[in-house]
Design a protein around this ligand. Structure first.
Ligand code: NAD
Length: 492
């Protein structure tokens, strides 16, 4: 591969890479130093139409939708193998584009490989049912692909979150049009090239990069769009829900979070501290399910905070490509500014800075979008920084006296994506998991998921879920066929 710096990335429509209709390009910057990284074609509303048209034609004309599932499974498995062969290049490209550390990016690409392997095994198991009905009748259901599915992805896990919905849609026999986030389209474009090499027919996976408001909306509004999978902010999620409702197409919405981490007095504080730090400083805090609110029993608050602070202060910040970097830069200057603004607001609202709170002083990091791992204590639970998603490496901490108060604090925000509990008392852990208003709960773990684990949130965190064994069905429709078998005999 040529280095990304020399490279230009196009729109991938119908298996061919091209400029957008307006011949406009966007320059992408390396978040570690804000130097130019690559040029990418910017899609327009005309390009959206062309992508949707091409996908529809491929859906109707190729052997993908109508062909047998084993054919899809073979191509998907081949795709997983090709991705595994290029895992390092993909990881490097993700790091350069998004900023995360190479170790994190390798993990992301690995997750995509496992996802494809898992779902390829389901591609030939999209089964209907036979239903007992009165009389001499046969009633059965068929699971059909939907047609053209639209996928809109965010920038924090660019390849992983795009493929989390694209792959099940493909496994079910659909044709997909993906719009990656404008800042981080490179690995998705490269992935589409790989899909072609794996034998997925042209037009079955299309990738168009460009602005959400214009291009993204055009995809959802297109009359050929049969479902939308959106991962992004709750604000845009509301907009997508309205657009999808207007068109009467289903929408899976994976949105923001402000997730609680509840630490009971009997927890293993050493392990909890490492897990809490990973859950808020991993991916430089840019995680929908970041454990951003630490809710800790007052008796262990001081000891735990000391431990988390020690982990935070020992983290090595550096460009994601650097050996030993444990936390990379944020994705953009704007994102770093936004996060620092939240820290200012937390302090104005009475929060005490335990550590961090600014940019690192190291001169070699001055050009990049680095923000120190930050902990804020004593923030009133209704402060802006305690309720809104910061999407950066900022942990707020709250103390509780009894479990009732812990549950109240945990469930107080409009979000309901994820919650963590740290305790040695497993009965208490199960009871608490029931009471936490979150789509995902982990016990004695940092945020952790697998392709076979459903991933989704409640309340402002979204509708529906991705991943898990049921996900391929999300991208199908059910047709009931009822046959009367009691035909009168034909007269001779
Ligand atoms: P965003 O909502 O700004 O953008 C997400 C995607 O939507 C991008 O591709 C963007 O171009 C597109 N978009 C923007 N406006 C649009 C519109 N009007 N119509 C159609 N598309 C539009 O989110 P972001 O800043 O890229 O990502 C961060 C957010 O994503 C955070 O809130 C985070 O919590 C959330 N997120 C959720 C999950 C999850 O699984 N629940 C996972 C990762 C990120």
């Amino acid at each position: 591969m040529s280095s990304p710096q020399e490279a230009t990335y196009g729109l991938v429509i119908g298996g061919a890479e091209s400029e957008g209709a307006a011949r406009e390009r966007q320059e992408l910057l390396d978040p570690a130093n804000n130097r130019p990284l690559a040029q990418v074609a910017v899609g327009t509303v005309d390009d959206a139409r062309r992508a949707m048209e091409t996908a529809q034609a491929a859906f109707e004309g190729s052997d993908w939708a109508g062909g047998d599932g084993a054919r899809r499974a073979r191509s998907l498995l081949r795709l997983a193998q090709l991705l595994e062969q290029q895992q390092e290049e993909f990881a490097r490209l993700e790091t350069l584009n998004m900023g995360k550390t190479l170790r994190e990016a390798r993990g992301d690409v690995g997750f995509v490989i496992r996802t494809i392997e898992y779902l390829s095994g389901l591609a030939d198991k999209v089964e209907g049912e036979t239903i007992p009905v009165p009389g001499s009748r046969l009633n059965y259901t068929v699971r059909e692909p939907l047609g053209v599915t639209v996928h809109i992805a965010p920038w924090n896990y660019p390849l992983l979150l795009a493929m989390r919905s694209v792959i099940p849609a493909l496994a079910a026999g659909n044709a997909a049009v993906l719009k990656p986030a404008s800042l981080t389209p490179l690995t998705a474009i490269r992935f589409a090239r790989l899909a072609k090499a794996a034998g997925i027919p042209d037009g079955i996976l299309n990738v168009v990069a460009g602005p959400g408001g214009r291009l993204g909306e055009a995809l959802v509004r297109d009359s050929r769009c049969r479902s939308v999978s959106f991962t992004g902010s709750s604000e845009v999620g509301h907009r997508i829900a309205v657009l999808a409702a207007e068109r009467l197409v289903p929408a899976t919405l994976e949105l923001g979070g402000k997730s609680p981490v509840v630490v009971l007095p009997d927890a293993d504080l050493e392990r909890a501290a490492r897990g809490i730090a990973l859950g808020i400083f991993g991916n430089a805090g840019q995680m929908c399910w970041a454990g951003s609110r630490l809710i800790v029993h007052e008796s262990v608050r001081g000891a735990l905070l000391e431990k988390v602070r020690a982990v935070a202060e020992a983290l090595h910040l550096g460009p994601g490509t650097e050996d030993g970097a444990e936390m990379g830069p944020l994705v953009s200057r704007e994102q770093a500014e936004r996060v620092l603004d939240y820290v200012r607001s937390a302090r104005e609202d009475g929060g005490t800075l335990v550590t961090g709170g600014g940019r690192p002083s190291t001169s070699t990091l001055a050009e990049g979008n680095f923000v120190q791992p930050t902990i804020v204590a004593d923030l009133p639970p209704d402060a802006r920084a305690a309720r809104e998603e910061i999407f950066g490496p900022v942990l707020s901490t709250f103390a509780f006296r009894d479990v009732e108060e812990a549950v109240r604090l945990a469930n107080t925000t409009p979000f309901g994506l994820f919650a963590a509990v740290w305790t040695r008392d497993l009965a208490q852990a199960h009871t608490l998991s029931r009471r936490l208003d979150a789509g995902m709960v982990v016990v004695n773990e940092p945020p952790m998921t697998f392709p076979q684990t459903p991933f989704g949130g409640f309340k402002e965190s979204g509708i529906g879920s991705e991943q898990g064994i049921g996900v391929v069905r999300n991208y199908t429709r059910t047709k009931s066929v009822l046959v009367n078998l009691a035909l009168p005999k034909k007269k001779a």
